[in-house]
Design a binder for this molecule. Sequence first.
Ligand code: AMP
Length: 185
Amino acid sequence: MNHISNQDKQIILDSIRDIPDFPKPGIIFKDITTMLSNAKALNTLMTHLEKRYKSYDLDYIAGIDARGFIFGSILADRLGLGFVPVRKKGKLPYTTVAEKYSLEYGFDEVEIHIDAFASESSDGKGAKVLLIDDLIATGGTAKAAANLIDKVGAECVEVCFIMELAFLHGREGFTAPVYSVIALD
Ligand code: AMP
């Protein structure tokens, strides 16, 4: 199992910008736009993810709305796989399966197409899927997304994050293994 070198980790970390009090007071927002525009940092990250996951027996990469789409799509193409979006409610046009999750106040909902992992040669049942997002905080969003993969009959092989706010313990409670490139204490 491939883990990232400290040097590569630092290149990525240095390219991510902290924005205090966004979107509300007390939150330090991890802004990955500065990593995306930094060719060396983006390449370092994607090369690490490609090396790690090329030995996994994957059928699809699923990415969470919206920043998971960026990393998930690049990784899918590098691995020669298809990409599946898990979207916020109301965005997908075909028949969907939905999962609610709690927020600090109220709830939100994510959706996936019912036939997201089907292909010409398979109905998608048992498809091996890597789920990816930019950051795990409480883990609510990613757990709901992982449940959707199960609900449509596929298998979530691992859940991958670029960053993990480890002090929030969001990785607890997943049935699939959780991998984060950079854990922040
Ligand atoms: P959670 O469901 O609490 O794990 O929240 C994860 C989602 O919220 C991910 O899609 C993140 O992109 C976003 N998010 C939560 N906290 C932050 C943060 N401090 N900086 C950037 N994005 C965040």
